[in-house]
Design a protein around this ligand. Structure first.
Ligand code: ADP
Length: 302
């Protein structure tokens, strides 16, 4: 579908380019052949000229968009290759050490733990790529059942704490004193929360400090907020970061490996659930806040 769509737009712009060239030649020849005093031809000439210019602008915009896309695809391929290669190389090294040397039982345990972490990282990357293609294909979520928000958030926080070996105070969750049910696919929603928390850790700067809170004073919706005090996002990038493969080009982001899929997946899942997601930040180095707004399960009164 997607390939066919892109081919169609290529054909459109190719035909447009050929037509514009023909028009430009006709205009040029006409201009010379016809007398300028003939007002009709002058008007026609101006209209054609305006058309040519508009077409050229459209063509240039299209080319710029394609070049950007290509760059993003290349960066994505590099990032995924790196994310796949690094843990595999590490696991291999530990296995070779275990095979060739006498290692104490304590060291063995340590090695197993590192290998488990590496395989988790591997699985995470593969899941991200699979989920991104799944999200693009299916419009509606398959599974939909009541999900308790507090429990799901606690589970996601635990997962991230384990992934990055974080101390308990690194992530604070201001849990409300009541249960909140939302309708949806627990697995997909957990992916949204873990992606946001994962980013908050990755882009935390010097010290990881994350605040998770829930705003529940609306009958229909609930807001989940993830606040960090890290590198922040500039105003221009606040919307772009939700695009597929998009990564901010700055020294801090380049230091951190990523695929540019996390926020795209989060955005697609939230949209499928009838919600909204957005980012807020006062700019570079001033932290950021990601807000997910989801519709609550309406409990029918009997
Ligand atoms: P990835 O983290 O794999 O690059 P994402 O789609 O999760 O991809 O994020 C896209 C971009 O948004 C990141 O590359 C980063 O530049 C920016 N970003 C996301 N979360 C944060 C955050 N909490 N603080 C600062 N920048 C962020």
């Amino acid at each position: 579908m997607r390939v066919a769509g892109r081919r169609k737009s290529w054909i459109f712009f190719l035909v447009l380019g050929i037509c514009l060239t023909a028009l430009a030649i006709a205009l040029y020849v006409g201009w010379i052949l016809l007398s300028l005093e003939q007002i009709v031809f002058l008007v026609l000439g101006v209209i054609f000229f305006a058309l040519v210019i508009t077409g050229l602008i459209l063509n240039t915009l299209f080319l710029i968009r394609e070049i950007r896309r290509n760059e993003q695809h290349n960066a994505f391929l590099n990032a995924v290759t790196h994310e796949l290669k690094t843990p595999i190389a590490s696991i291999r090294l530990y296995l070779e050490t275990l095979q060739k040397r006498d290692v104490t039982p304590e060291k063995q345990q340590e090695f197993y733990e590192v290998m488990l972490k590496d395989s988790d990282r591997l699985l995470h990357t593969v899941e991200q790529v699979l989920q991104a293609s799944r999200t693009r294909e299916q419009k509606h979520s398959g599974v939909s059942s009541p999900v308790e928000l507090n429990a799901l958030l606690l589970q996601s926080i635990e997962r991230i704490k384990n992934r990055y070996d974080l101390d308990p105070p690194a992530i604070t969750f201001k849990q409300p004193d009541h249960e909140i049910d939302i309708n949806g696919d627990a697995e997909e929603l957990e992916a949204v929360f873990t992606n946001l928390l994962d980013n908050a850790v990755k882009y935390a700067g010097e010290e990881v400090k994350i605040l998770v809170s829930i705003k529940d004073n609306d009958e229909k919706n609930v807001e989940i907020r993830f606040k960090d005090f890290g590198i922040g996002v500039s105003r221009l990038e606040l919307k772009r970061i939700f695009k597929r493969f998009y990564r901010v080009h700055n020294a801090e982001t380049q230091k951190t490996k990523g695929t540019g899929l996390g926020l795209f997946i989060a955005g697609s899942v939230v949209k499928k659930h009838g919600g909204k997601i957005w980012a807020e930040s006062k700019g570079d180095e001033r932290g950021s806040r990601f807000v997910v707004r989801l519709p609550k399960t309406i409990i029918k009164k009997v």
